[in-house]
Design a binder for this molecule. Sequence first.
Ligand code: FEO
Length: 171
Amino acid sequence: MLPEKMENALNGQLNAELYSAYLYLSMNAYFKSVNLDGFANWMYYQAQEEVTHAMKFYDFINSRGGRVKLSQIDAPATEWNSPLAVFEATLEHEQKVTGLINDLVELALEEHDHATNIFLQWFVSEQVEEEESVGGVLEQLRLMGEAKGGLFMIDRELAKRSPSGGGKEAE
Ligand code: FEO
């Protein structure tokens, strides 16, 4: 049985993961609007991954006999000044999510909820990967500075992302 405090916090994280999907879809739309299809592709799969994260929380709450409660999802930003600004916002967002996951782990320990603690360990590792991959793109964008050629090179690289590691976004 899921402790009530834990159930509420997991529902909060379900909302946060859905917001992440919303945010990255908005970034996908921004990149589409400036014809950077590789960057858009990367965000498309990033959004899909967030839906997968949300569903892990959804299924876990149910499997523990908890009650899923869906709540309002905030509207994300729709405009950014540059690809660099988008990836700065992305890293900041992922760092915030890492903090939320860490808080959930703390709560699981306080509540002696070992099952939830084990469930959350996957997310602890996932956040390391998330910050690393976003930080990698950010680093490339910073190194590139104002050079247009570099931007298109990164765009071509990001076009390769797919759920299985190859191919590109479905039109
Ligand atoms: Fe669900 Fe990007 O963390």
